[in-house]
Write a protein that binds this ligand. Structure first.
Ligand SMILES: [Zn+2]
Length: 238
């Protein structure tokens, strides 16, 4: 029978090994929890060690639940749909065109020989259309929040939708361009509110309530919609 460990309402499989010298913790692809331990680690010590890492575990699990099953990856084949601000557009693989990727408001056209780097082409496309679009939304949303951001960038933030630095720089994930406008707006409004308060405390919530009274519903919808977003993690730079 395999050894398990219960900590904080979670069950961990314990894998002991003669060769291991240190303790390790893995949340595997299927969100199963595995503790790796040297052969002779006592179960109390093991439990204490796992306890000290529960916050990390919960964070990992939350991330998996939100993103892992939905970390959809495109195959870049004709007929596949790509989201752009709430609408979906079909992809056509084509032989003759100058640019590797073209969008004509009806379809995306990807040149066949550009398929191996398709992720990069799509990412650059979303970033380039995203920049002016995001500026417009910020111009609309920032006054509602009563803030003035110093700078907005759009790029690869891994699994985060957005971030806000101490000096007022807001970074947004290019993947949000695949979302409907109201949800991308929520991500922007959320980061703008962080200009007032870096944590999710009362001051932060007051700003968000004022600038976007229905933010709660949008936040929930975002969790669902995130499953439809192409994550393109193969080319993910963090
Ligand atoms: Zn936040």
């Amino acid at each position: 029978m395999s050894e398990t460990l219960e900590v904080g309402g979670l069950t961990f499989a314990v894998r002991r090994s003669q060769r291991r010298k240190t303790l390790g913790l893995v949340v595997d692809r299927g969100a199963a929890l595995v503790v790796q331990a040297p052969q002779d680690t006592g179960s109390d010590e093991l439990a204490r060690w796992v306890q000290s890492r529960l916050l990390w575990v919960h964070r990992k699990l939350a991330l998996k639940a939100q993103l892992a099953p939905n970390a959809r990856e495109p195959e870049f084949v004709t007929g596949e749909s790509f989201g752009y601000l709430g609408r979906t557009y079909r992809l056509v693989i084509t032989a003759g065109q100058d640019r590797p990727l073209r969008f004509d408001r009806q379809r995306f056209h990807l040149r066949a020989d550009a398929r191996p780097c398709a992720t990069d082409h799509f990412r650059s496309w979303y970033v380039s259309v995203g920049r002016p679009w995001v500026d417009k939304r910020v111009a609309f949303l920032a006054p509602r929040a009563g803030v003035v951001p110093t700078r907005i960038t759009i790029g690869d933030l891994g699994y985060r939708w957005g971030s806000c630095s101490r000096d007022g720089l807001i970074s947004l994930n290019w993947r949000l361009l695949q979302l409907p406008v109201r949800l991308a707006d929520y991500v922007i409004a959320h980061e703008l509110a962080h200009l007032v308060e870096p944590h999710h405390g009362p001051a932060f919530l007051r700003v968000l309530d004022r600038s976007m009274p229905d933010w709660g519903a949008r936040k929930e919808e975002l969790t669902r919609k995130a499953r439809e977003v192409y994550w393109c993690s193969a080319g993910m730079a963090q």
